[in-house]
Design a protein. Structure first.
Length: 502
């Protein structure tokens, strides 16, 4: 049979996936990687995402040299057969149910624990079971992780005497500012591997083998461990300090703001979350970054990212089919094609154009512009989840199922969040500069200037008033429905608008 070979998936690219440890490969264990074309046939991915993933995989294979067998095949099974040649195979727990079913169906493959996360899934399950397993709040989990890993702790107390700096980290953007006055983020330089990837993607599209959405400009995100470490270093040294106050703000001309842009590097496995949060804490302890910004960054990784990963496995595969609000409308063509030019509402046009051009926006445009519009229109949450998976460079199944089904679309009925995250135009007006030049007015519910988010908000509440009227966080706005003298007009208007681009 020969010696054991270790299989690296395309999101297991950092050195921590090869470090000695439980079920890990030995220092000299042969490695294999499979680039499966079928992945790109099954879904219409964003072109920039396909480029980033292939570039990262091929760069890693080049770094590993003769130790790795890199196979380009039609399917994973075909590639594994060609590379393993009957030898036993080990692999770290993959990051999707589909991949897990595949590796478990192969008799010669041994699956070890997941790497690249802070908490073993068995430990989380024990914690969740101890909390009743139903409504598992992120804040409780986050505090547990902080204590467990001694992150931003002073003995048994949170650093600075507070667990949460959210109140300080929700400032609107500075007035009269088109961009935040912060240094630009790290940007990589393309090389011959990127050129080869772009050539291959062009050829596959020309041959009609695969189809993509979006644009593939110069690569914006790290594809190697060296690039990812440089991006982390630049963020910590030059951008972390201003991250916290404006992490929920939006500026039309500044889609990046002070965000780290590290999510794709973490999700490709180029960075380990442990190094990110520990180095951020070190910046605060050295007096180089304010605690509020550091806590906000640590919360995103040790709190939210870890929470989403754990819920993906804890809730089970059937969670993706949750649809408590019974939303079934299909996604319109203009949305699927990322046709931002068809959209007149400035906020949605701006954000959809960012997705089209880069495959990325930060979390507030995702939640309060894109997700909120889909929720208000009653689109099928499974289709919305798939869209986010395909169209974002950092989108993976484990990332998007909880984020979209639970957080964005409230399709789980409140297992993950205490209320639907949607709002009228007033929120967007307060937290951005997107409303000023817009043809719509955030305060108008009806008429030619009626904001689609304001009108959409009230029709969403009206459609689900029975359910939301019993929720303590939404009962008050539901009661306000009876005070709207133009509610019938709003209903007629929104029915007429349908799913046309606003």
């Amino acid at each position: 049979m020969g010696s054991t070979v270790h299989w690296l998936f395309g999101d297991q690219l950092g050195p921590h996936f090869l470090a000695p440890g439980e079920h890990g490969p030995g220092r000299d264990t042969p490695l294999l990687m499979v680039e499966a074309r079928s992945v790109f046939r099954r879904r219409r991915f964003h072109r920039a995402k396909a480029h980033l993933v292939l570039s990262a995989m091929r760069h890693r294979a080049a770094e590993l040299g003769d130790r790795v067998a890199y196979v380009r095949a039609d399917t994973y099974r075909e590639g594994l057969d060609r590379a393993a040649r009957g030898r036993p195979v080990t692999v770290h727990h993959p990051t999707s149910y589909a991949a897990l079913r595949l590796v478990r169906s192969l008799s010669r493959v041994t699956v070890g624990p997941a790497r690249g996360f802070l908490v073993p899934t068995d430990d989380f399950a024990a914690w969740a079971d101890g909390h009743g397993g139903g409504r598992l709040r992120q804040e409780d989990f986050y505090r547990w992780v902080r204590r467990r890993h001694e992150l931003l702790m002073d003995a048994d107390s949170p650093a600075g005497g507070r667990w949460n700096f959210d109140h300080d980290n929700r400032q609107p953007p500075p007035r009269e500012a088109d961009t935040l006055p912060v240094p630009a983020p790290y940007r990589p330089r393309e090389d011959e591997i990127d050129e080869e990837v772009r050539h291959d993607l062009d050829r596959w599209e020309k041959d009609g083998d695969v189809s993509f959405v979006g644009r593939d400009g110069p690569r914006l995100f790290p594809a190697t461990r060296t690039e990812a470490r440089a991006a982390l270093k630049r963020f910590l040294a030059r951008r972390l300090g201003s991250f916290g106050p404006y992490e929920d703000a939006m500026l039309a001309a500044d889609p990046v703001m002070s965000h780290s842009l590290l999510s794709s590097s973490l999700n490709l496995g180029l960075l380990d979350p442990v190094e990110c949060v520990e180095r951020a804490e070190a910046e605060w302890r050295a007096g180089r970054a304010p605690l509020g910004s550091v806590e906000g960054f640590v919360r995103q990784i040790a709190g939210w990212r870890e929470y989403v990963w754990q819920l993906y496995w804890y809730f089970g595969e059937e969670y993706r089919r949750s649809n408590e609000l019974r939303h079934t409308a299909p996604l319109p063509d203009w949305w699927n094609e990322l046709d931002a030019d068809a959209v007149r509402a400035r906020c949605l046009h701006t954000v959809l154009a960012q997705v089209r051009d880069t495959g990325w926006t930060h979390h507030i445009p995702r939640l309060m512009v894109l997700g909120s519009h889909a929720l208000q229109r009653g689109w099928d949450p499974a289709a919305v989840t798939d869209w986010f998976h395909r169209c974002f460079v950092d989108g993976y199944d484990w990332v998007m199922v909880p984020n979209v089904v639970g957080m964005s679309q409230y399709a789980d009925g409140g297992r993950m969040t205490t209320k639907p995250y949607t709002s009228g135009g007033a929120y967007l007006h307060r937290m951005s500069d997107l409303c000023g030049p817009c043809r719509y007015r955030p305060g108008d519910r009806t008429g030619e200037h009626a904001c689609p988010y304001t009108a959409g908000y009230w029709t969403f509440l009206d459609r689900h008033r029975e359910r939301l009227g019993h929720n303590h966080r939404t009962a008050r706005p539901v009661r306000q429905l009876d005070r709207l003298t133009d509610l019938a007009d709003v209903r007629r208007q929104e029915r007429a608008r349908g799913d046309a681009p606003p």
